[in-house]
Ligand binder design. Structure first.
Ligand SMILES: Cc1cc2nc3c(=O)[nH]c(=O)nc-3n(C[C@H](O)[C@H](O)[C@H](O)COP(=O)(O)O)c2cc1C
Length: 287
């Protein structure tokens, strides 16, 4: 089951990738395993300017998962171009890698893609469209605003011939329609899903974030992610990448069974940095 996957004119050694924001630029991978133990990686989301992120604490666990308010902390596009991409090229042995891109305005996505497209060391971009949009509808995420989503793709698509993934959010009343819109505007694939907006008062489980609210991830997100992938796969004819709550091969199989071509492992890598490799083995040999 977990044999190599040919997709986007690329060979993925297995269908299990590391999710954006949970593996940096691949540094934790080479610390603990050969890069080819996973199918690929998605980098931390890259913005135009360096971002320090939100105040601590940035993560809080609860029984079914985790809340995080990391806040897109990243070194900014210039440092990624000068340092991170050359490092990835030197150290990841050609592992398929997507650079995740984020911004507060549509033009910022174009800036990051335009600045990185001419460089080596990665396969494509994953547009994180779950970020608040500063110029439309009072900060509503891009992917929940069809005009803003189209605006990003209209700007970015002409800038690159690389694979362009669009990552959607779970709190979308019609995620299949949003995915179809993204594909019509030029997306080569859809990644679903990002974290779910969440809040827990400090009195509950001791979970309280420096930024107040956060994104919910981990096992509790599994049925939400599988349901959205099922809807999206029925609505578009491009590959769908499933992410949310994967801990085991059986979880990954749930996504593949409803139409995902690849999956990503996020939160589970914090407890066990080799989790994605184990999930790939379990897919192949059964659990
Ligand atoms: C600490 C943390 C940081 C994250 N940072 C990003 C990010 O920079 N860009 C992005 O698109 N998603 C980010 N995500 C979302 C994950 O990529 C993934 O979509 C989500 O956590 C659901 O998968 P999981 O349940 O396996 O963690 C982050 C998640 C966590 C937990």
């Amino acid at each position: 089951m977990s044999a190599a996957v040919e997709l986007f004119s690329t060979r993925f050694a297995n269908p299990v990738l590391l999710a954006a924001g949970t593996c940096g630029f691949g540094e934790p991978v080479i610390d603990v395993m050969p890069p080819r133990a996973v199918g690929g990686i998605v980098t931390k989301s890259v913005t135009v300017e360096p971002r320090r992120g939100h105040p601590a604490p940035r993560v809080a666990e609860y029984a079914e998962g985790m809340l995080n308010s990391v806040g897109l902390a990243n070194p900014g596009v210039d440092a990624v171009r000068a340092g991170k991409l050359p490092w990835m090229k030197r150290n990841l042995g050609g592992l398929p890698a997507f650079v995740s891109v984020a911004g507060a305005r549509a033009g910022e996505y174009a800036h990051v893609v335009g600045a990185l497209d001419g460089e080596d060391g990665f396969l494509g971009f994953e547009l994180n469209l779950s970020c608040p949009n500063d110029s439309h509808l009072g900060g509503r995420p891009f992917c929940l605003d069809p005009d803003a989503l189209r605006e990003v793709l209209d700007l970015v698509r002409p800038l690159t011939e690389r694979t362009l993934l669009v990552k959607l959010a779970p709190n979308d009343p019609d995620i299949a329609a949003t995915a179809a819109l993204a594909v019509a505007a030029g997306a080569d694939g859809i990644t679903a899903i990002n974290t779910m907006p969440g809040f827990l008062p400090g009195a509950l489980n001791g979970a309280s974030l420096g930024a107040g609210r956060g994104g919910t991830s981990g096992p509790g997100l599994l049925p939400v992610g599988v349901a959205t992938v099922r809807e999206i796969a029925g609505a578009v004819d491009v590959p769908v990448i499933g992410v949310g709550g994967i801990l085991t091969g059986r979880d990954a199989r749930a996504y593949l069974g409803v139409g995902a071509s690849l999956v990503q492992v996020g939160t589970a890598s914090f407890a066990d940095p080799r989790c994605a490799a184990r999930v790939a083995r379990e897919l192949e040999f059964g659990t």
